[in-house]
Structure formats: C-alpha cells, structure tokens
Design a protein around this ligand. Structure first.
Ligand SMILES: Cc1ncc(COP(=O)(O)O)c(C=O)c1O
Length: 391
C-alpha cells in the first residue's frame, strides 16, 4: 500500500483547487490570445483579465483599476518599496523614511536593506514582542516628518501572528491630514488572505500584496493593490501592459486562476481552528520541553509553530517526511539558508531554539485523523532525535 501523505505545509504553498484549475485550462490552448492583440482572440483574453480584476476588487473592496497583476508577492512587495522610493526621488528629490517590522518577509526586508545601503532611504525596523506583535506605541514614536511608507505584514508566514492592521490604519489615517505628505500604508496580506477580512477600506490600507499559490491558486502570479492617487514608478518596464505600470505579456491563465481562487475564499475558520487547537494541545500535552512560538490569541487559524528543545528542526522535518508528513522549518523561501530564521530571532529566541522550530500549517484537506496520526508519531521522533543529540 502506498504510504499515507499528510500535507501540513500550506503556508509554503497550497494545491490548486480543481475548480480553479478547470477555469484556467482554456486559457492555455483555446483562449490563448495575447491580450494586447486587437483581434478577437486577443480581446477575449483582455476581457477575461478585466473580469478577473473585477472579481478580485469585490474581495478587496476596492476599484478594479486599483489592482495590478504581478508575477507573485515577491514582485509586489519589491514594487511597493522600489516604486515609491524611485517616484519620490524623481518628483521631490528626497530620500524618504520607511518603517517596517523585524518579522517581515524577506521580499520587504531585502529591498529596504539594499536601498538603505545605497543611502536612498532612512529605515526604521520595528521590533516585535515575544508573541511577534508590533507595538502601536513604537510605531507612533518611529513616525517622522519624512516618513512616507509604513509596511507591516497582516499575518506572519512562520508563526501566524496577526498584526493590528486596522488599528495601524486608523492611526495613519488620523495623522495624515495634519502632515505635509501622507504616509502610505502597505501590508503584505499573503498569509492572511485565506482567513482574514481583506477589505482595504476597513483596514485603512493604501497598498496590499497577494499571491496566487497561497490561496489555492497557481504559482507565479500575484497582485499589488495601489489606492487611486498613490503614484509608483514601474519596477518592470517594456511594452506598457497594465496601463504602463507593469510591463510584460500578462500571465492570462494565472490571472484567471488567481481571481477564481480569491473569489472562492471561504473564511469560515471554525473547523480549522479546532484542528489547530487539537494539534497545539496534543503536542504540549504529549511532549515535554516544547514551546509554542508566536501568539496563541492573535494567530492564524491554520498555524502551529513549536520549538522542541534538544531536537533540530530540520531533522524533525526530514523524519516526519519519511513517515509521509510534510512540514517546514521557518519559511519555505528561507529554508535553504543555514542561518536561523530572522523571525525566531526577533521573538527573542536563542539560535538553538530557533533551529529547533518546526511549522505546521493546516489546510482545506486536513482532517482530524491527520492530526491523530501526527500526534502518534511525533513524540517518538522527538525522543529519538533528542537521544541522538545527547540532550
Ligand atoms: C508573507 C509572504 N510574503 C511574500 C511571499 C512571497 O510570495 P511569492 O511566492 O508569491 O513570491 C511569501 C511566500 O512565502 C509570504 O509568505
């Protein structure tokens, strides 16, 4: 009999939903026109893209023209940073101040660090508390006259901590009318989109990033929402697609898939939360010297992240994989790196604790039996690894 496969790595990626796949299929080999072509086949594709934009606008509660398709959230995150800085340098010849947090995805942190090194921005990286939450007080103190962008992620990919986005939005909304130049508020909502209200108006957001493959859609497609009136320089230049702000022939099947996936998001999180809590309670009950990383209260309904003292995260992941259970250490994008996760270190964990962390992220297919199986095999794996490491 084939070995059981239990996928608990939905923060890394999700399977494409069958209905999404079906919707995408004709755009590969039947409705394959280039949306820039003026003939019928091209216009069919162009119209499908506009319909997709409208579908997503319903989810984000914004105007469809405020949505720009990209090749994924890495591009969207890079774009908001580079695009705004370049625009401000061009229009006002200034090097703006940017505020972000220590636990952002590298797609935000890396561009900020490069711009800082080049002397093109001033940067404040807000710390987080031991639960992974930024403080509104810290943010208030960090805001300067020349602060032009605040980028705080909605929910963290590793520990699932949910930030107080609407409170930050309210604060910025209150400050902006008194300022010479408004602060643009951006959030990376990649991990939040499946579970939390993404109405940009309610959240007070001027910009937001989403990714297709985290919401049961395809890989290699995402979007950047940019509120009307906010001006960004293009990151990718060429043929002038997306009204000149993002060149490159549109990934039509991807865009259709992204829109279908987004419009199928069902934020009824009750069952998922129950399963997550069963996992958390079971692990804390059955294994000693374990810490739950991140907040218990302000946490995505599908995330559980633990540090198992004396056992290495990577060895745990490989041992679980050998038994058909797929999980991760840190974020998928950072797991090639040998250095400990910047998120874990920002929580105040030691290098040893950070290396001992494993993330379990549940999804639509996860069952109670899956959690039972995991709880059955995990204590033995941890005991064996602790014995090997002599701790
Ligand atoms: C919070 C967050 N932002 C951005 C990304 C990058 O998204 P993409 O894979 O679409 O480039 C990820 C992917 O892991 C993520 O979790």
């Amino acid at each position: 009999m084939a070995q059981k496969q239990i996928y608990l790595d939905h923060a890394a990626t999700t399977p494409v939903a069958p209905a999404v796949f079906r919707k995408m299929q004709p755009y590969f080999n039947q409705k394959y026109g280039n949306p820039s072509s003026i003939h019928g086949l091209g216009q069919t594709a162009a119209q499908a893209i506009e319909k997709a934009r409208q579908q997503i606008a319903v989810f984000l509660n914004c105007l469809s023209e405020e949505i720009h398709f990209t090749a994924g959230a890495t591009e969207s995150d890079n774009w908001i940073i580079w695009g705004l800085v370049e625009k401000l340098r061009f229009q006002e010849s200034i090097n703006p101040h940017i505020i972000t947090s220590a636990i952002e995805h590298k797609a935000i942190l890396e561009p900020c660090q490069v711009l800082l090194k080049k002397g093109l921005i001033r940067l404040t990286i807000l710390p987080v508390n031991s639960n992974g939450l930024v403080s509104l007080e810290d943010l208030k103190k960090a805001i300067k006259k020349d602060t032009r962008l605040v980028s705080i992620m909605y929910a963290n990919s590793e520990i699932g901590t949910i930030q107080p986005i609407s409170q930050i939005g309210q604060l910025i909304k209150k400050l902006n009318p008194k300022r010479k130049h408004p602060i643009i508020f951006h959030s990376d909502a990649v991990q939040a989109a499946n579970y939390l209200d993404c109405s940009v108006d309610k959240l007070g957001l001027d910009s937001l990033s989403l990714s297709g493959h985290k919401v049961y859609g395809p890989k290699g497609v995402g979007l950047l929402y940019v509120k009307k009136g906010v001006k960004l320089s293009p990151l990718i230049r060429g043929g002038g697609q997306e009204k000149g702000v993002r060149s490159g022939t549109e990934n039509v099947p991807g865009i259709i898939g992204l829109a279908e996936a987004v419009s199928r998001i069902n934020q009824n999180n009750k069952e998922l939360k129950k399963l997550r809590d069963k996992l958390i309670t079971g692990v804390l009950r059955d294994i000693n010297q374990v810490e739950l990383n991140g907040s218990f209260k302000d946490r995505l309904p599908n995330n559980a992240n633990f540090s198992f003292k004396g056992a290495e995260g990577e060895s745990i992941v490989l041992s679980l994989s050998a038994k058909g259970v797929f999980t991760s250490t840190g974020s998928a994008c950072a797991s090639h790196s040998l250095s400990p996760s910047h998120v874990m270190l920002a929580l105040g964990l030691s290098h040893e604790q950070a290396h001992a962390s494993v993330r379990f992220t549940l999804g639509q297919q996860t069952t109670s039996q899956d959690i039972d199986y995991l709880l059955k095999i995990l204590p033995g794996i941890i005991a064996r690894l602790r014995k090997i490491s002599g701790r």
